[in-house]
Design a protein around this ligand. Structure first.
Ligand SMILES: [Fe+2]
Length: 190
């Protein structure tokens, strides 16, 4: 049963990848980084599994973006594009509810852009109100975005990426998660 969920998630992510190859690789890497952080935190197996699944699906709501938003990777997004982009957690939640994913997976996807200090979206919830799995995916997501080459920005080195994560520690991210994640990557590489 559990394996099926993960396989279904991988297939869905692949369908997003048909439209945008970067997205598929990103989803796989975020899932893998999030799983490693969850394992290092010694979370129970079923929670690790849900975090891995949600990591694959975290940006699934982007499947509903217009092609203009999808392709527009070189310039700064306009206000209306930003509004559309910020809706992807809600769109993801709606898609996964339809597909009957577990409430926990859906919640992680819905909350992966929430931040410790309430500056995230869609609800601007803070600290303990953000599910741990969503916080883990948030750290993994940001880290992957930092180290990966994009059309408008070269990927950063590991020390540079660690620096950025530490700057965001406490405001965007839970400091314990940031330090545990850095320990994991330092020990085992990317
Ligand atoms: Fe996202």
């Amino acid at each position: 049963m559990q394996k099926n969920t993960l396989q279904t998630a991988a297939k869905i992510t692949h369908s997003l990848g048909v439209r945008d190859q970067y997205s598929e690789g990103h989803a796989q890497r975020v899932s893998c980084f999030a799983r490693r952080l969850a394992l290092r935190l010694r979370l129970p197996d079923n929670e690790v599994h849900d975090i891995r699944t949600a990591g694959l699906l975290h940006d699934i709501g982007k499947i509903r973006f217009s092609s203009r938003v999808f392709r527009n990777v070189k310039e700064r997004p306009s206000k209306s594009m930003l509004r559309q982009i910020k809706k992807h957690p809600e769109m993801g939640k709606a898609i996964l509810l339809n597909l009957r994913f577990s409430p926990r997976v859906i919640d992680y996807v819905y909350c992966h852009h929430e931040r410790e200090d309430g500056t995230g979206y869609p609800r601007g919830i803070t600290g303990d109100k953000i599910p741990l799995g969503a916080k883990i995916i948030g750290v993994a997501d940001t880290f992957d975005a930092l180290i990966t080459d994009r059309p408008y920005q070269k990927g950063r080195s590991l020390p540079e990426a660690f620096d950025v994560l530490r700057k965001l520690s406490g405001s965007s991210f839970d400091p314990v998660l940031v330090e545990t994640f850095i320990r994991e990557i330092t020990a085992n590489g990317i």
